[in-house]
Design a protein around this ligand. Structure first.
Ligand code: FES
Ligand code: FES
Length: 160
C-alpha cells in the first residue's frame, strides 16, 4: 500500500471527502469507493463509453479519468440525473419510450453521453447524433432506438 491522497469533490450535489490511492480511476472511486454502480466498467480502456459521467457539465470516460484530478470538481452520474422531485430526466423517459435498451448494460453511459450530446448542440440530426455518440458502444445493437430517443429528448430539453 502506497501513500493516500486526500480528495474533496461534489458527486451528484453531495460533498464527498475521500482518501484515495493516487492511481485510482474516477470509475473505481464511484463504483468501489462510493457504491455508485450506475457507471459500468465495460472495457476500462476508453473504448466503450459504458463508464461515461459528467465532470463540471462535460462528459468524460471515467475509466480513463484519474480521481485525483477531481479535486473541487462536480461529478454527475446517472444516479443524480433524475429531477429533484424524483421524476425521470427527459432523456431517461425517452430511452424507455423508444425501447432504446435491451440488456441495459450500456444504458447509463449512453444516457449521460446523450444528455451531454444535446447540451453540446450535437443532436441536430440523426447523422450528427450517430457521429457524436460513436464512443458509446451497444453490443445489443439498440442504436435505432437510441438515436430516436435522443432526438425526442433533445426537442423536450430545448423546449423547456
Ligand atoms: Fe470506460 Fe469502456 S469502461 S470506456
Ligand atoms: Fe445491451 Fe446496449 S442494451 S449493450
Amino acid at each position: 500500500a502506497g501513500a493516500t491522497l486526500p480528495l474533496s469533490l461534489q458527486v451528484n450535489g453531495q460533498q464527498v471527502d475521500a482518501s484515495i490511492d493516487p492511481r485510482t480511476s474516477l470509475l473505481d472511486l464511484l463504483r468501489e469507493g462510493l457504491h455508485l454502480t450506475g457507471a459500468k466498467k465495460g472495457c476500462d480502456h476508453g473504448q466503450c463509453g459504458a463508464c461515461t459521467v459528467h465532470v463540471d457539465g462535460r462528459r468524460v470516460v471515467s475509466c480513463l479519468t484519474l480521481a485525483a484530478k477531481m479535486q473541487g470538481r462536480e461529478v454527475l452520474t446517472i444516479e443524480g440525473l433524475a429531477l429533484p422531485e424524483g421524476s425521470l430526466h427527459p432523456m431517461q423517459q425517452a430511452f424507455i419510450d423508444h425501447d432504446a435498451l435491451q440488456c441495459g448494460y450500456c444504458t447509463p453511459g449512453q444516457i449521460m453521453a446523450a444528455v451531454a450530446c444535446v447540451q453540446e448542440g450535437h443532436a441536430t440530426s440523426a447523422e450528427q447524433i450517430q457521429e457524436f455518440m460513436s464512443g458509446n458502444i451497444c453490443r445489443c445493437g439498440a442504436y435505432a432506438g437510441i438515436v430516436a430517443a435522443i432526438q425526442d429528448a433533445a426537442a423536450q430539453m430545448e423546449g423547456g
